[in-house]
Ligand binder design. Structure first.
Ligand code: PGA
Length: 255
């Protein structure tokens, strides 16, 4: 299965000058690489997405948004729909990121609405699931993740299910320098696979990619992606440094 390396640039790149610098650096490093088994997805702030898609044209790179609203259009001040993302060059959208759950009160029902909206517009939802530090310590990781999956996948049309990408992002590993053990990641991967197989059958479960996210860098990537055999990674901080981000992609590609 093709590996996915997704960069979540979050609320960064504040000026056109900074953006141009990012393009230059990204394109220079990209020219020196050849990805045969992996695909890269950049999710900049949505304001920049169209420019990213125009400036970085490469067979191994696609683009996405960090969030969408669940309706297609209308009086929803400040929101961006999945159709807009699609029509302006985006093919992916991050859904249910822990920062959106925490700072914007996104509930499982909201996340389900966004999953449905993304799939309806043929945008790939990258669904983030993961437990807090406290839940981890209390041994509740499994039940938390199953609960998140049950809500997120409720009434999602079966025909589109295999398009979904799932990112396991333990909340305590996001934006910190903590990473779970290979064993911990593998346990969650098996749990997610079992959920998918039980609910949607083995052939759908096989096609759904399961990524790891949280403090991924060139040093941790073996432990969080290659050894537990994940289908790729969701990268935050390191995606802001093209040379480091593409190094991560290369390590995964060459595995
Ligand atoms: P991080 O962020 O790589 O900076 O830990 C990951 C994420 O938020 O998806």
């Amino acid at each position: 299965m093709e590996k996915l390396i997704i960069g979540n640039l979050k609320m960064n790149i504040l000026t056109p000058v900074e953006r141009d610098r990012y393009f230059e650096s990204f394109k220079t490093v990209l020219k020196q690489k050849n990805f045969s088994r992996s695909h890269i997805v950049l999710c900049p702030p949505v304001l920049h997405m169209e420019t990213f898609a125009k400036k970085i044209k490469h067979k191994s790179v696609s683009f996405g948004a960090q969030n969408i609203f669940w309706e297609d259009r209308g009086s929803f001040t400040g929101e961006v729909s999945s159709l807009m993302v699609k029509n302006f060059g985006g093919e992916f959208v991050i859904v249910g990121h822990s920062e959106r759950r925490k700072y914007f009160g996104e509930t499982d029902a909201i996340i389900n609405g966004k999953m449905q909206a993304a799939l309806k517009a043929n945008v790939v939802p990258v669904l983030c699931v993961g437990e807090s530090q406290e839940q981890h310590q209390q041994g509740k990781t499994g039940s938390v993740i199953i609960g998140q999956l049950e809500h997120a996948f409720a009434e999602v049309p079966l025909a589109k299910l295999s398009k979904v990408v799932i990112a396991y992002e333990p909340i305590w590993a996001v934006g910190t320098d903590l990473v779970p053990t290979e064993h911990d990641i593998l346990v969650v991967k098996i749990l997610i696979k079992k959920f998918l197989t039980d609910h949607f059958g083995a052939s759908v479960a096989e096609k759904i990619k399961i990524l790891y996210g949280g403090s991924v860098n060139a040093k941790t990537v073996q432990q969080v992606c290659n050894q537990p055999e994940m289908d790729g990674v969701l990268v935050g901080r390191e995606s802001l440094i093209p040379v480091e981000f593409l190094k991560i992609a290369e390590i995964i590609d060459q595995k």
